[in-house]
Design a protein. Structure first.
Length: 710
């Protein structure tokens, strides 16, 4: 039976439809907003024997046909997921994953396909809402629904579900997902938004998303689907066997400032217990308890130790809740590269390198919307040795792509405009050590390396990750969380920004949501840590270097009349090729008349620019030009003062005395300095050599007068 429910949000109708498509799926929903349509199906199956995690897979795909286009390139069938598709799949996964009960290990797959795109409304947030609705209809213990809303801000006014055009004008791009009661996920970027204003935007989004939660409940009710009753697995028999004495030993072993020492201490306790409960490598105890149950109980005991220490105000490495680990910064770490920096915070270390390129190095980004050219890229690499592991090295995974994009968008708001700094910029963050928020370390190292490269940033940016431990109504916020705190506690709240405000924010939770009080307190604690980080970073480099690296290409940008683009290019590209061959520079022209000249050094660029200016500039009355005699007539000489532009110097204007013949003054090919004395209605140029001679004579007389006065 087809069921449709609707509500108004953001000034447009949002509809959910089920019962018509993919009826063999566990749950399926078609969501429409404007003329953008996304279809999501959920499928479930029995869990694999012995797994100790929740095997949730989320896949999001944008079929280019949804916007009436063919895929670019040779292949006309979509291949591996794009960066946008990977990021949207992560956005869908993050708020859903915490809302399944502990012990639920069934296979669950969510597939989201964009079926139609109007070019106005982005389908990414729709995917989150439709995934939640599909799960509400499925026979799985989903503790939702959740709603998701994108928020923009134009002229200080918050807007829900802004269009692509509005986002381009907005100083905020914020996505918030949550239940009716609390916030579950945040992903946002802004133009240095103050903490109070960011918190207000988050809570505005939470109010809006409640409408979508209610709509999903209405859909489930009209479809006649009862909430799934989940039978929790029996209590783990090892809960009672791992007594207080064992807990105290484990808690003591976990308290060390060095990650390797903590792991070694935990491993010692673990091995002793394994030998105690499973002698001679047995897989079960005498009462039938399994090795898997032991590992689960031991993991829970570790979590208990970390959380109780955090709640007491003491942490694994002995820091106070609001204390940063030791931070060190170094710039100019590598030779030859255009900029580099090493940032270390505790046992997290990022080495960043900068490459400056020309407009030809921009990344072309194709998808549902119009093709874009990306001038700033930040690529994040996380090798296994950074966490002391040995495993196969393959292409970047979803986590690496997500972390790189978070750091990239957090730094992008402080970059200079393309008019002020016409370079294409690529930053690479190599994570050499990791024990807590390497993405925020990448923000810091990227900032330092960009300043080292001479990129005139508007403000330096720093980032920090904040954790959370809760117990009933009590909570403890933790600055600069380490890996074990991230793993065992409730929250990973990353905040990046300048001294003025937030540029990037990302929240991931392991519990069922946080309150406004926790959000505001976290943002304030993150601000204090960020300011402390910025002070330390600025001791390494106070401001961007005055000059870019000598190994970087030189660029100069100018603007010409778009009507003269054809003149600069010439027939079949003859003119532009000739300039490039003669000067050694590279010339790129945009449709709006922006011309970018690049070369290996400043001299090359200057020569090419001189040719371009001479060819395209407007002829101005009163200006002196260095011209070449192109034609001689009885009444005067035609002189080329710019490529393709001649003027007439009448015989009476060739000299300050009587001229019997033009040939007495000049011949074909001679260089003469002439002054433009008039340009008539038909754009004919009148020149005078006599005026130049008069000016030169006046300057000469002035010099003689000065000598006499001395």
């Amino acid at each position: 039976m087809k069921v449709v429910v609707e509500c108004e949000v953001g000034g447009q109708k949002l509809s959910l439809t089920t019962g018509q498509l993919a009826k063999q799926a566990a749950g399926s929903v078609l969501i429409q907003y404007g003329e953008t349509v996304v279809f999501v199906a959920a499928a479930t199956g029995p869990g694999r024997p012995g797994i100790d995690f929740f095997p949730l897979t989320v896949d999001y795909r944008e079929r280019i046909a949804a916007s009436g286009k063919f895929p670019g390139g040779f292949l006309k069938r979509e291949g591996r997921p794009t960066t946008k598709e990977i990021l949207t799949a992560r956005l869908t996964d993050r708020p859903i994953r915490p809302l399944f009960p502990k012990g639920f290990h069934d296979e669950l797959q969510i597939m989201s396909n964009v079926m139609a795109c109007d070019g106005v409304n982005d389908p990414d947030v729709l995917s989150i809402n439709a995934a939640s609705a599909a799960l509400c209809l499925s026979p799985v213990p989903f503790q939702g629904p959740i709603g998701a809303v994108r928020v923009g801000r134009i002229g200080g006014e918050l807007i829900s579900f802004p269009t692509r055009e509005q986002i381009a004008e907005s100083d905020l791009d914020l996505i918030v997902a949550g239940t009716v009661e609390s916030v579950l996920m945040i992903e946002g970027f802004g133009e240095q938004i103050p903490e109070e204003e960011m918190a207000t935007a988050i809570m505005f989004a939470h109010q809006e998303l409640q409408k979508i939660c209610q709509l999903q409940l209405e859909l489930r009710e009209k479809a006649g689907i009862e909430p799934f009753e989940y039978e929790a697995p029996p209590e783990n028999p090892f809960i009672s066997k791992l007594d207080d004495a064992i807990y105290q030993r484990l808690s003591t072993a976990m308290q060390s400032t060095v990650k390797a020492e903590r792991r070694e201490g935990i491993q010692t306790v673990h091995e002793e217990l394994v030998n105690q409960f499973f002698p001679e490598e047995a897989e079960e105890t005498e009462d039938g308890a399994t090795r898997g149950q032991f590992e689960e109980a031991f993991h829970d005991l570790e979590a208990k130790a970390v959380r109780e220490l955090a709640m007491s105000g003491r942490r694994l490495d002995g820091r106070a809740p609001n204390e940063l680990r030791a931070v060190s910064c170094e710039t100019g770490s590598l030779p030859r590269v255009h900029g580099s920096a090493l940032f270390t915070r505790g046992e997290t270390q990022s080495l960043a390198t900068v490459t400056l390129g020309t407009s030809r190095d921009k990344q072309r980004v194709d998808g549902l919307f119009e093709e874009e050219l990306q001038r700033f890229m930040l690529h994040y690499y996380f090798p296994p040795f950074s966490v002391g592991e040995c495993r196969p090295i393959r292409g970047p995974g979803r986590r690496e792509i997500g972390h790189g994009c978070l750091a990239e968008r957090s730094v992008a708001p402080v970059l200079p405009s393309e008019e002020d700094f016409p370079y294409t910029i690529r930053v690479i963050s190599d994570i050499l050590e990791s024990n807590g928020s390497s993405s925020m370390a990448s923000v810091c190292s990227a900032t330092l390396s960009l300043m080292d490269a001479g990129v005139p940033l508007r403000q330096p940016v720093a980032g920090i990750s904040i954790g959370l431990a809760t117990e009933g109504d009590k909570f403890q916020i933790l600055t600069d969380i380490i890996g074990d705190e991230d793993h065992f506690c409730d929250m990973d709240f990353k905040v990046a920004g300048t001294q003025k405000g937030i540029t990037g924010i990302q929240l991931d939770l392991k519990n069922d949501g946080i309150s406004e009080e926790i959000i505001r307190a976290t943002l304030e604690q993150a601000k204090q840590a960020r300011l402390e980080l910025l002070r330390t970073m600025l001791t390494a480099i106070r401001r961007p270097r005055a000059e870019i690296s000598s190994f970087a290409p030189r660029l100069h940008q100018t603007k010409i009349n778009p009507e003269k683009i054809g003149l600069l290019i010439g027939p079949g590209g003859k003119t532009i090729r000739a300039i490039q061959e003669e000067t050694g520079g590279t010339i790129d022209i945009q449709d709006d008349g922006t011309v970018t000249v690049s070369g290996s050094n400043a001299s090359v660029v200057e020569k090419a620019m001189a040719h371009i200016e001479a060819l395209t500039e407007e002829i101005r009355v009163g200006r002196i030009y260095d011209g070449v005699v192109s034609s001689i007539k009885e009444f005067g000489a035609f002189i080329e003062i710019a490529p393709g532009k001649d003027g007439l110097c009448h015989i009476s204007e060739l000299s300050d005395g009587f001229v019997k013949s033009v040939n007495d003054i000049c011949k074909m090919g001679d260089r003469l300095q002439v002054k433009v004395i008039a340009v008539d209605d038909q754009n004919r140029v009148k020149l005078s050599r006599k005026a130049v001679l008069a000016e030169q004579a006046g300057e000469s007389n002035g010099d003689l007068d000065s000598e006499e006065n001395e």
